[in-house]
Design a protein around this ligand. Sequence first.
Ligand code: AMP
Length: 286
Amino acid sequence: MELLKTREELQSWVNNRSSRPRALVPTMGALHQGHASLIDAAVKLVDSGDVLTTIFVNPTQFGPNEDFASYPRRLEADLTLCESHGSTAVFAPEAHHIYDSNSSVSIHESKLSRRWCGASRPGHFDGVCTVVAKLFLLAQPNTAVFGEKDFQQLAVIQRLTRDLNFPVEIVGCPTVREADGLAMSSRNTYLSEEERAAAPILHRTLRSVANDISRGKFPSPEVAREEIIERISSETLARIDYVDVVDSDSLEPLDSFDNHLPRLLAAVFFGNIRLIDNVGAPQSIR
Ligand code: AMP
């Protein structure tokens, strides 16, 4: 496996291997089994081609009061994980290889980014779109693999790819979870013991309400949403940022279940740590 640290190294690697199919797996590092599942999926997708994993804590997707400085950085362990899962190369640049010091162009997605994480984290999806577009241009992948864990991000990237005509197939992979259902996240390590014990209520509640939606228990998405809020609020360590029941494709909030595939989205703080999760309610078409 090759470690590429500069834009020039990446570009010459890409030029030397231009005839091979290439899958890109963008990450911010502190890799866990969720990221590993994306690399596994990428290896299968390109068959005998290349899998390029990127490890870059992207400054432009963090707000001024967010955890950019304290975001976990563990390059050595990350490289071991990438190699053991079959990544052909890792691109792990310093920020100045991605952003010029006086760069003044960014990409703004104006519909899917408006609510939820976009509203709670102003500018976040501009940073995501900009860095993903840059990685597509530099790495020129055929395929790029993202996790459903960040469901809104996946939708925004699909839109970015469509609207800017990137010749890249976007593949979404299911969320990998701990045994108690908590979605794996690089931020989980920052939870205190009590917060870690409380955090599974997020997935437990989404899963259970999704099942009840599928069984037709709720007269409307609003009643389902209120049920999620009530159950999560029963945990004293949890503070809800947002909860919504949306259409899986448009991400618009639902006012009826008719002819929709509902997706339950939530972001909840446990202490200072903000966790996100989402679950689909697949059998709800009635
Ligand atoms: P991050 O390093 O958190 O920016 O995530 C990089 C990629 O890994 C994104 O496409 C995430 O959606 C994906 N990812 C993060 N956590 C998980 C998980 N638990 N299961 C599957 N994919 C994940």
